[in-house]
Design a protein around this ligand. Structure first.
Ligand SMILES: Cc1ncc(COP(=O)(O)O)c(C=O)c1O
Length: 468
């Protein structure tokens, strides 16, 4: 059996304790038709089989990670009450747990003051951060790199803010010279720095961006939806460490507990360094805030109803796995990065592959080595399909020619040859190795990739270029 069910008795015991907290007895909840419910649930289980095995290390494709068992159980436990963290009236305990948990996320970044809350995910969290930027600097441009998450541009459209993208260097990091040019030419209100880009896990040069702000006035928003927790690990590259160490100087941060924080989906978090931005949310609600003069989370968030279950799950996870450098949560993150570095090393040692970017976090991008971008792209798709047939699930990503030909590395110089670039982008294989099990499973992952590549290599063999 690969799905854990051994932890389920813990839920029954926790439910019994929860139940004891409510004095007035109530007739046991009526389950209308136990048998019919069982039938529907079994049907659902069969329907749910139509998924990739996200929980398994052989799923090494997109940014998907199962929640920690304690998060799963805590979420389920709270569903018996179904608190709503909009107001203390709807979720007194879980609002308190949310404030405590959000405080721990802010502390992880070294923030002494903050205002923040959970929300449904990275997109809404970024929307809120940019909404605050727009309220403070109406009409001013928001800038993000070409590798920033695509939703930043869309969010600016929703908010009616001008958006400008900035080129990246050969590592997928925001290019500082390109940024300087935009800062000189436009009225920039906010620079979005991505710490952990979605496609390749690149870290924008945040410390330099903070430096640039000394002579200009713009807000800095950090999108660390995916990469934020990596600040806990001790083996980051020095460039990445310097970037993470600059986070205390920024105005807002987004981090998604539902990505690397072991939470079920529906758990993003936005943090503002200056708590006074709370004034921007002020509104009158004649029907929601009655039971307490304390802060109701709905008074500092754009969304209204939100699941208290998300806060319960995050709180339980943080109790079990504190956010400490060297703690077991951080050690597991380190394993993900190790897995990425091991795969990268093996790809580099194998003449069938081209791995252009050294992984900064736990994402590896590679192509089958071929004479042209179009052949490499087709080969990547073939390996992707052949790997899935071997039970190894990878992802695909398209990277622009501009990013893969910059800089002076021998490979990029070679790749810059017009002979290779018969199209403006190349499709690559992409693997997000975000489960600790990826590290221990690396031999098996490699074995299956090897077999899959061998099964389809004839399709482009002979078209392969010589190793750079
Ligand atoms: C860097 C980054 N920002 C924002 C998002 C959007 O987050 P969500 O899918 O939770 O809305 C993602 C998603 O992968 C991301 O990687």
């Amino acid at each position: 059996m690969s799905l854990d069910s051994t932890s389920l008795p813990l839920l029954a015991e926790a439910l019994r304790i929860l139940d004891e907290g409510f004095a007035d007895p109530f007739p046991a909840e009526q389950i209308p038709d136990f048998e019919a419910m069982g039938t529907v649930l079994c049907e659902l289980a069969v329907e749910m089989r139509d998924n990739y095995p996200y929980h398994h290390p052989l799923y090494a494709g997109q940014m998907l990670k199962p929640p920690h068992p304690v998060a799963r159980l805590a979420y389920a436990l709270s569903l018996w009450l179904n608190p709503n963290n909009h107001a203390l009236d709807g979720g007194r305990a879980t609002s308190r747990l949310e404030k405590e948990s959000v405080g721990k996320l802010a502390a992880m970044f070294g923030w002494e003051s903050h205002l923040g809350h959970l929300c449904s995910g990275g997109t809404i969290a970024n929307l809120e951060a940019l909404w605050v930027s727009g309220r403070l600097g109406p009409g001013r441009t928001v800038v993000a790199s070409t590798q920033a998450h695509y939703t930043h541009e869309r969010i600016c459209g929703v908010l009616g803010l001008p958006f400008q993208s900035v080129d990246c260097d050969a590592s997928g990091r925001m290019d500082l010279d390109a940024l300087k040019r935009v800062l000189d030419e436009q009225d920039v209100g906010t620079v979005v720095a991505t710490l952990g880009s979605t496609a390749v896990g690149a870290i924008d040069p945040l410390a330099d961006i903070v430096e640039l702000r000394k002579n200009r006035s713009f807000r800095i928003h950090v999108d660390a939806a995916y990469g934020g927790y990596f600040t806990l690990i001790r083996t980051l590259s020095s460039k990445a460490r310097v970037a993470f160490d600059a986070v205390p100087s920024v105005d807002s941060i987004v981090i998604d507990p539902h990505k690397h924080g072991l939470q079920p989906y529906g758990c993003g978090c936005v943090l503002f360094q200056d708590p006074s931005v709370g004034r921007l949310y002020r509104h009158e609600s004649p029907y929601t805030y009655f039971t307490s003069n304390d802060l109701h989370l709905g008074e500092i968030s754009l969304e209204c109803s939100r699941p208290g279950a998300g806060a319960a799950a995050l709180w339980a996870t943080l109790r079990l796995l504190p956010l400490q450098p060297g703690g077991s949560f951080a050690v597991d993150l380190e394993k993900s990065r190790n897995a990425a570095r091991t795969l990268y090393r093996r790809l580099r040692e194998d003449s069938r592959f081209d791995a252009p970017l050294e992984p900064e976090l736990d994402i590896v991008v590679f192509t089958p080595r071929a004479r042209s971008a179009s052949v490499a792209s087709r080969a990547a798709e073939l390996v992707f399909e052949a790997a899935a047939e071997e039970g190894l699930h990878l992802a695909l990503v398209t990277l622009p020619r501009a990013m893969m030909t910059r800089g002076s590395s021998a490979e990029n110089v070679e790749r810059a040859s017009t002979e290779y670039w018969d199209q403006e982008s190349v499709r690559c294989l992409r693997s997000v190795l975000m489960k600790p099990g990826h590290d221990t499973f690396m031999d098996e992952i490699w074995r299956r990739l090897d077999v899959a590549t061998g099964n389809v290599a004839h399709a482009w063999a002979g078209a392969a270029r010589t190793a750079p």
